[in-house]
Design a protein around this ligand. Sequence first.
Ligand SMILES: C[S@@+](CC[C@H](N)C(=O)[O-])C[C@H]1O[C@@H](n2cnc3c(N)ncnc32)[C@H](O)[C@@H]1O
Length: 338
Amino acid sequence: MAPAKQAYLHTPFPQQLVIEATAGCNQRCVNCGRTYMARPKKTMTRAIFDKIVEEVAAENPYTEIWPTFMGEAMLLGGKLFDMIEYARHVGCQKITLNTNGTRITDKTIPRILSCGIDRLIVSCDAHTPETHHIVRPAINPKITPDLTGVYQGVLTLLDEMHTQNVTNLLVEMQFSMFDENQHEVEDFRKFWLDKGVIVKVRPKVFWSGEVAGGSHRVTLENRAPCLWAMDAAAIQWNGNVVMCPIDCDGKYVAGNIEMQSLKEIWNGPLKWIRELHLRERFSELPEVCRQCPDWEVKKAHAYFPDDAMKDSYESYVRKGRTFMEQHFWDEHKSPSSN
Ligand SMILES: C[S@@+](CC[C@H](N)C(=O)[O-])C[C@H]1O[C@@H](n2cnc3c(N)ncnc32)[C@H](O)[C@@H]1O
């Protein structure tokens, strides 16, 4: 039996935790696993959310929580900000909100700035409304702004941050690279760096196979322990703790938050999954993990408008991490994140 790799260690609690505040969305993105998933798309109860963040605050307040999984959390309106405020109130120290930006408006900006988010990631995946419409079509275009509206919202937010001298919110503009949009990535990068914000460029994920393609990456021979499995956990709206943040349809349910603590689940069934990774016994993994093409893409490349922004970003990503060295990818020597 192969020994566990010394280079990687188990972390006793996830370092990143995605929480599906809602699985509802106002876009039907062509490359998103949500578009193809079969499970119900509902909203998490406050009781489940509160239990999760209370446990995080007690076990490891520096676990980075993302109140988004396969949905658009800002559709919850004021309820989302109440949830984030509560997470902050109980002691969570790292809160990242990932949004498609369609609800960044004059009405939401004051609460974005006051609720306690540390990091706001706006996923655009396009630099023209035409391409945005191809990769992120609105379910109801009459009520959902296009890319012009998203850009307007972010620019207003940046102005407001400038006016109020807000320095404790990292804003990142994100571009996930697909065949349909890659011709726009350079223009996107230049435009947003010029506005003084961080730009994130992500490789494509295939959502454990829900999105077609990626079979060239499914190999048991050349595989390495997967960082999605090693340090990040994901909880669906109904409390199901699934394989990892890539198991969008919940094909492997390790436990449920209504019955167990996250710590129990993480150090129970999910610990054995991690151990299989560490021992490189990939052929014994449950199918959703064994067949997953996304084991090598838990990394995004960040570009910074200046050194000060780079320092702020890196200190946030590193804050309280106990599983850090393993997250430096050799080729970039910069913290990976998602
Ligand atoms: C599933 S979305 C949910 C959050 C929110 N609705 C949004 O659009 O950002 C989370 C992130 O996954 C990214 N994403 C979706 N499909 C992807 C894919 N096939 N490859 C890489 N990233 C993808 C999105 O761009 C977004 O940054």
